[in-house]
Design a protein. Structure first.
Length: 249
């Protein structure tokens, strides 16, 4: 059997949280086909104390408990090589860089991705010396890093060749090219007074392409104009966006 194209590792205190996401839908099929592999590691197994202690009170006082560096770093060192350019060791933290589609595309080219999930009130600062990247999925606080790790794994895995049957299905996704996705329609042609746009029934592929591009630009302009600020637009996109601005004004 060939080696998986991408191996995911997750360092966590709650390995059972990953049973559901990896046993359903696209991730399950990708695992069964050995396109990806996922290993969940409990860093409590690397605790040196009799009671497998992994947390302690913060120096200087304060609320809650912090993850100690020893168990986390030992787990990382036993399962990763941060000097390997084909690996990435990712600390999941609300202080990290906002995770966006461009990051997923870049990370999908690696051979091994490891996610370090924090918990409690945080972790000892010295753990940061043993990771290569730090990501957040949003400006809000969760109980731990497990759910963000699942989100990133799902986002990255679907970009691996063979995970999704049709490549076009993710290339046209929202954010893949910096724009929100155009509206979709299926049967029936009329539903409660609303009709499917005629262009989609025309069979004219070029007109459909232009309509989808324009509606993708329109949706982005109306809902997420910030995405257009740094996007390099083609001549066609600039022209369509000008039409949209005139129509919406």
């Amino acid at each position: 059997m060939n080696s998986p194209l991408l191996h995911f590792q997750v360092f966590t205190l709650f390995p059972g949280m990953f049973n559901g996401p990896v046993s359903e839908s696209i991730l399950k099929k990708a695992l069964e086909k050995n396109i990806i592999s996922i290993e969940v590691i409990n860093f409590r197994d690397y605790a040196e104390s009799k009671h497998q202690t992994v947390d302690d009170t913060p120096f200087g006082g304060g609320q809650g408990m912090l993850l100690m560096p020893g168990p986390v770093v030992s787990a990382i060192e036993n399962h990763t090589d941060i000097t390997n350019p084909n690996e990435e060791v990712i600390l999941v933290s609300p202080q990290g860089k906002p995770f966006v589609q461009a990051d997923a595309i870049a990370l999908a080219k690696k051979k091994k991705l490891s996610f370090v999930c924090g918990h409690y009130e945080g972790f000892d600062e010295r753990i940061r010396d043993y990771v290569t990247a730090e990501y957040s999925i949003g400006d809000y606080v969760l109980t731990g890093g497990e759910l963000p790790a699942m989100v990133m794994i799902d986002c990255i895995a679907r970009l691996i060749p063979g995970v999704i049957k049709e490549e076009d299905s993710y290339i046209e996704d929202s954010f893949y090219d910096g724009l929100l996705e155009y509206p979709h329609y299926t049967k029936p042609r009329e539903y409660r007074g609303k009709q499917v746009p005629e262009v989609l029934l025309s069979g004219h592929h070029e007109n459909i392409r232009k309509w989808r591009l324009k509606e993708s630009l329109r949706r982005t302009f109306l809902r997420r104009p910030d995405l257009l600020e740094n996007k390099i637009l083609s001549e066609e996109e600039r022209r369509l966006l000008e039409e949209i601005r005139n129509e919406e004004s």
